[in-house]
Design a protein around this ligand. Structure first.
Ligand SMILES: C[S@@+](CC[C@H](N)C(=O)[O-])C[C@H]1O[C@@H](n2cnc3c(N)ncnc32)[C@H](O)[C@@H]1O
Length: 329
């Protein structure tokens, strides 16, 4: 089942605030490259400066950034919407044409955009539209796309490497956050570390719980190492280990007191919860062939023609489906 809309919005707002340009920061350096970039170059090639483009689920604006780069002063008008609140820091230093002709709007759902009928010549979305309720968002897209206009999407593929990474991430985060798991054991250890950092060793020696807590934590760290060795994409585990180690180091050096450690730990746990939700939703909304066929025929039924899709590869890895369709005149 999909997460509630508020939880989804908060998880993505949290993600974009951290400054990533796009949602696959671990997979592509800078903006998207390779075949995915070539797809968008082809989609954007016929645009005129007086065309109007809508990007749905824009995040920090990876597609608008690419458009700005490719079109320079001949940039069409670009409207970029997202359910969450993006934080596109790059825009401040973008060329004047980009800043002048690109508008971001937060808190706008694909299912109900509020835009006028037939207002856009090109509607695009990259790993965005599939998260929406397609039964409502596709008719909305048809309504706001002008006759003869175009729709172009990159959507998640159920068999992609990205979906595989996301499934592994959900599994690893569940392991970290399980009752009695590493996160819980680390939190239990901080108060004892604060005592150790203050040199109150006699109190630690006198408290049998201190030894048990340390042993339980060490055991969980050892298990993490073992699990990470078996995972193909162990980043979630290794990142958590580094974050916990950094907190322990800060406590032992006297740079962090007990309250600060608890707060930092809570932020870390919240970040894991958000990452889990985003990954889970990626898996739930990625399209297999049946879902893709359903989407293509839905498009034909609501006024698009020539709807076609193809698997998208980045190097040797399957990373999504491309979809294109034309709005009937
Ligand atoms: C995987 S990110 C993709 C962001 C960007 N297009 C990119 O390529 O980096 C998915 C985005 O879709 C947004 N989103 C999810 N459901 C949405 C909806 N119903 N309407 C609009 N945006 C939505 C999320 O807030 C998130 O920013």
């Amino acid at each position: 089942m999909s997460a509630g809309i508020d939880a989804r919005r908060d998880a993505w707002t949290q993600y974009w605030k951290a400054g990533a340009l796009h949602s696959l920061a671990g997979s592509f350096d800078g903006n998207y490259s390779g075949a995915i970039r070539r797809f968008w170059e082809q989609v954007f090639a016929p645009l005129d400066a007086d065309d109007r483009v809508l990007d749905i689920g824009t995040g920090n604006g990876a597609l608008p950034a690419l458009l700005c780069e490719l079109r320079g002063d001949a940039l069409p008008q670009v409207v970029a919407i997202d359910l969450a609140s993006p934080d596109p820091a790059w825009l401040a230093s973008a060329p004047a044409a980009c800043r002048g002709r690109l508008r971001f709007h937060s808190g706008i759902a694909a299912e109900e955009t509020g835009f006028a009928d037939a207002g856009f010549d090109l509607v695009v979305s990259q790993y965005g539209l599939e998260y929406s309720d397609l039964a409502r968002s596709l008719p909305e897209v048809a309504r706001i796309t002008t006759g003869g206009g175009r729709l172009a999407l990159v959507v998640h593929h159920a068999g992609s490497r990205l979906a595989g990474v996301a499934r592994a991430e959900v599994r690893m985060i569940d392991w970290l956050r399980a009752p009695g798991g590493l996160m819980e054991r680390a939190a239990a250890l901080y108060p004892y570390l604060v005592l150790a950092a203050r040199g109150e060793r006699e109190r630690l020696v006198a408290d049998p719980q201190a030894g048990r807590t340390r042993a339980a934590f060490n055991e969980a760290m050892r298990a993490l190492g073992e699990l990470a060795g078996r995972e193909v994409f162990p980043d979630a585990l290794l990142d958590a280990r580094s974050a916990i180690a950094a907190r322990i180091d800060a406590i032992m050096r006297g740079h962090m007191d007990a309250n600060q450690a608890v707060e930092a730990h809570r932020d870390h746990d919240r970040a894991l919860e958000g990452a889990r939700l985003r990954s889970l939703e990626l898996c739930e909304h990625a399209l297999d062939e049946t879902a893709l066929e359903r989407l293509l025929s839905a498009l034909e039924n609501i006024g698009f023609t020539g709807a076609e899709a193809a698997p998208l590869h980045h190097g040797e890895h399957l990373v999504g489906w491309t979809i294109r369709a034309d709005r009937s005149s």
